[in-house]
Design a protein around this ligand. Structure first.
Ligand SMILES: C[S@@+](CC[C@H](N)C(=O)[O-])C[C@H]1O[C@@H](n2cnc3c(N)ncnc32)[C@H](O)[C@@H]1O
Length: 240
């Protein structure tokens, strides 16, 4: 399966950062809002926005929760930091992190938002395996993305054009089923903002008791165990 390479992704989004909000971001912002309506928070919750990008979602979260926005690209995070400053979002923490090895504590988050990021990482199912480890039992993972079409003609063109899309920053032929491989996540429901929409919103939940210990160990990466801080083990706020 051809996917993005992390080193290229980081450079690519450092460039995207300059025009993201006025281009792709503007195109999808309505969908951000539709997806966020399904992140059902209560006061005191901690939400992780994985692949937060330029932080277009940040001003939309309620201020009675803590939001951790993580992203690989320093350029994208610098724009998110501007939004945090301009909107005085003191409840928002930003961290530069690779979602393939997130320096975050297990089961620290009530909800996780993953918008347009799963088709951008090098191992999409590993991203969801991590999300499953990071979310609390009973929490939700809201996944917003374009997934491989079931219509054969559209799917053919998505596969054909994938090498071009990979050069500009995302994978166009990613199937939701492949993303879920190796996780125990349950698809609560899927929806689109209109039947013509090519983006889908999937609301996922971990099994009631969370992943079995053995399965959690199967994911490569730093140990995020009982020794981690009760809330987050952050690499620190992005200096950008
Ligand atoms: C298409 S943008 C989406 C940004 C934002 N979520 C939105 O919907 O506007 C994808 C983001 O994922 C980030 N990203 C890609 N690979 C990543 C990784 N391995 N870890 C963390 N973030 C990553 C990129 O830097 C970029 O900011």
């Amino acid at each position: 399966m051809k996917t993005m390479k992390t080193s290229w992704t980081s450079k690519c989004y450092d460039v995207w950062a300059f025009f993201y909000d006025k281009t792709f971001g503007a195109l999808v912002h309505k969908r951000h809002l539709a997806a966020m309506a399904h992140v059902r928070t209560k006061p005191g919750d901690v939400v992780l926005d994985l692949g937060v990008g330029t932080g277009m979602t940040l001003p939309e979260y309620p201020s009675n929760i803590t939001v951790v926005g993580a992203d690989l690209s320093a350029g994208m995070l610098a724009k998110a930091m501007d939004k945090k400053r301009e909107n005085r979002l003191d409840h928002v923490l930003l961290v530069q992190a690779n979602a393939m090895f997130p320096p975050l504590a297990e089961r620290a988050f009530d909800h996780i938002m993953i918008a347009h990021t799963i088709s951008v990482v090098s191992e999409p199912n590993k991203l969801l395996q991590w999300a499953e480890r990071l979310v609390k039992p009973g929490g939700t993972i809201v996944l917003l993305n374009h997934f491989h079409a079931h219509n054969r003609v559209v799917a053919f063109f998505e596969t054909l054009l994938n090498p071009v899309f990979l050069k500009i920053g995302w994978k166009s032929d990613l199937a939701l089923e492949d993303c879920l491989e190796g996780t125990s996540l349950h698809v609560q429901y899927l929806f689109k903002t209109s039947w013509l929409d090519i983006w889908q919103i999937a609301v996922l939940s971990p099994p009631t008791e969370g992943p079995p210990e053995g399965q959690a160990e199967a994911v490569d990466g730093p140990a995020c165990g009982p020794g981690a801080s009760p809330a987050l083990r952050l690499a620190g706020e992005a200096s950008a």
